[in-house]
Design a protein around this ligand. Structure first.
Ligand SMILES: [Fe+2]
Ligand SMILES: [Fe+2]
Length: 157
């Protein structure tokens, strides 16, 4: 599974520097799974979401999909350190990520739903309500499983 150079360039254009902000760069300091930083994880989820949407003609807005996927884990703490966050990280972090993102960036309703619902069905009442949110919810599970099992590398896309 590979994105073309043109598609990688499209993703960069949709991010429009979002990944270069000081706050986004903070995600490089937190480990997500295995040896993968949160920053590497959200980029993998962004690329896989874009790939699925493009290859399977799923019809989600590329720009909202890319921005929502990139910000889906914008909770900005080390979840391995229990003192740094509320208990039950899995349940709480989508709301924290959404709050952080909304404090810093202007988000569309689709982008908000992507972030808020990406852990569904764990967060039972936060349901993916649009195609982009369903795609990111699925891509996140694929990337997280890969990172957890392989522990060394990001999902290859
Ligand atoms: Fe997450
Ligand atoms: Fe994630």
């Amino acid at each position: 599974m590979r994105l073309t150079k043109t598609e990688i360039s499209e993703i960069r254009n949709h991010l429009h520097g979002l990944n270069l902000t000081k706050e986004a760069q903070l995600m490089k300091h937190f480990i997500q799974h295995g040896k993968i930083s949160t920053y590497e994880h959200v980029l993998s989820v962004t690329r896989l979401s874009f790939y699925l949407n493009r290859r399977f003609h799923l019809g989600a807005s590329d720009c909202e999909l890319v921005r929502g996927a990139f910000l889906h884990d914008f909770y900005l703490y080390d979840w391995h350190n229990s003192a740094s966050h509320e208990r039950l990280h899995g349940f709480h972090h989508p709301a924290v990520a959404l709050k952080n993102a909304m404090q810093r960036y202007k988000l569309s309703p689709v982008e908000q739903n992507i972030i808020r619902s990406h852990m569904w069905p764990l967060t039972l009442l936060s349901i993916p309500k649009c195609r982009a949110a369903v795609i990111v919810c699925l891509a996140d599970k694929i990337c997280s499983t890969y990172e957890t099992l392989v522990r060394k590398s990001s999902f290859p896309c």
